[in-house]
Design a protein around this ligand. Structure first.
Ligand SMILES: [Zn+2]
Length: 456
């Protein structure tokens, strides 16, 4: 099969097919025509005709869905280690302003999409305050929603913030495709005023845009929202912004601003209360659960079992390289399952099939893309990944257990998005070698800047 060409009828055969929506199939076949899946089942009963692709001892699954990333920050891998959250946010913001350039973000986003694709991620829910990730998704043929970030903790900034967002979104929407869509992201309660939340919510509703927001992530955020105290309150007061108690919790703050709705993705929700969880499920919000990022930054473990028990739409997110040094959804699924088992002391707290569902169909549901991707069902988009069984440690007795518990920087053998091959043997089609050099250079400048600040 020629890379980047939409194929006619293709029959892909693998030792295991994991459709997610239905149980695994031994010696299975997935038939696609153009950008669609037309048949899934045992090879012995597959319809005849078309081109055959033998994937051998592989596990063929739907493309993985990364419900939350910051692709333009790929150069920050390992750059902001071990900082308290307020300092971490502040250093990240200053680094973006003082060290990094538009070319850095563009290269980082390309490398980020390539890394994701090479690990089997075909769909990204990405947030950024530039269009680097949007361009990178388009350039490398991945699927996703590029949520354009907007900031403004001072209520006096609302109209300026909305004006900036409106023109940025309008420019991006001119280049929107069926694969890559545009959304908006009022960043977080510590960087967005209540008035701006409400204004962005109204804008998104008017424009029919999906919305994503970081929420209930840290103790410092709770301190600001609930008690008008802590480092964020002090920082905002230092900028002359009036800080008052805003709500009983960050999720209630979003509820009051009218943002809890079906097209909203809530990122993190580590500190969601029982009533928050019920409200999130009732309103149909999606949730991006980011277990590695939440653990690494010392925020804790989000109530995933409660999200699922309430019937919420939950997917997994890697978050940025600044808070999680890998983009590996299988590793996130593994961690999510291990955390729930450790917390509940129950070996069946999050079975492998449920954890792998989070990395695929759950993420598609959280992004409201589940009628297109996330499972291998006839009629769905041909987003497929083949993983080599030997990469999980053989023998593979249970393909779902291998995917979730054998994970460790596994590279995809084949990746197909909407019928077009994007990765072969771990190599991403269309990534220029100069991209990696640019990102390495940006990371070196970042490290130099950090050293100078530490000694100065
Ligand atoms: Zn994030």
């Amino acid at each position: 099969m020629r890379p980047n060409a939409v194929s006619g009828l293709v029959r892909r055969h693998a030792r295991w097919v994991v459709p997610v929506a239905t149980p695994p199939i031994a010696d299975g076949t997935v038939v696609t025509e153009g950008d669609r899946i037309t048949w899934v089942g045992p090879r012995a009963s597959a319809p005849a005709g078309g081109e055959d692709e033998e994937l051998g001892d592989s596990i063929l699954t739907p493309g993985l869905v990364n419900a939350h990333s910051h692709l333009d920050l790929t150069m920050m891998r390992g750059a902001l280690e071990d900082l308290p959250f307020f300092d971490w946010v502040g250093t990240l913001v200053r680094a973006k302003r003082e060290v990094l350039t538009g070319d850095d973000f563009r290269a980082a986003a390309l490398l980020g999409v390539a890394e994701g694709l090479s690990r089997g991620i075909t769909t990204f829910g990405d947030t950024a305050d530039n269009d680097a990730a949007f361009d990178a998704l388009l350039a490398l043929g991945a699927r996703g929603i590029a949520y354009r970030e907007v900031f403004g903790p001072d209520p006096a900034q609302v109209s300026a913030s909305i004006a900036g967002l409106t023109s940025a979104v309008a420019a991006m929407r001119l280049r929107e495709t069926s694969l890559v869509r545009v959304g908006v992201s009022p960043h977080a309660p510590y960087s967005v005023s209540d008035a701006l939340f409400a204004a962005v919510g109204a804008f998104a509703e008017r424009e029919g845009l999906p919305l994503a927001v970081h929420v209930a992530e840290s103790a410092a955020e709770d301190d600001l929202v609930i008690r008008a105290a802590g480092p964020f309150a002090q920082f905002l007061r230092g900028r002359g912004i009036v800080v008052e108690r805003r709500a009983y919790g960050p999720i209630q703050l979003l509820d009051a601003a009218g943002l809890l709705r079906r097209s909203t993705l809530l990122i993190h929700c580590v500190r969601a209360s029982a009533s928050d969880v019920a409200r999130m499920a009732d309103t149909g919000c999606g949730i991006a659960h980011c277990p590695a990022s939440n653990a690494k930054l010392g925020h804790g473990i989000a109530p995933l079992k409660e999200f699922l028990a309430a019937g919420a739409r939950v997917g997994l997110g890697s978050d940025s390289m600044a808070s999680n040094n890998t983009m590996d959804l299988l590793a996130e699924a593994r961690l999510a399952s291990l955390q729930q088992r450790a917390l509940t002391k129950k070996p069946d707290a999050l079975p492998a099939r449920a954890a792998f569902r989070l990395a695929t169909l759950g993420g598609a549901e959280a992004l409201r893309l589940d009628d297109e991707t996330g499972s291998l069902v006839p009629g769905m988009q041909a987003d497929l990944v083949a993983f080599r069984m030997s990469d999980f440690g053989e023998p593979v007795a249970d393909p779902l257990a291998a995917l979730v518990f054998g994970a460790g920087q596994v590279v995809a053998h084949r990746v197909v998005v909407a019928g077009r091959e994007r990765v072969r043997d771990g190599v991403v089609h269309g990534l220029a070698p100069a991209v990696r050099e640019r990102v390495v250079d940006a990371a070196a400048r970042l490290a130099q800047w950090r050293t100078a600040r530490a000694s100065g």
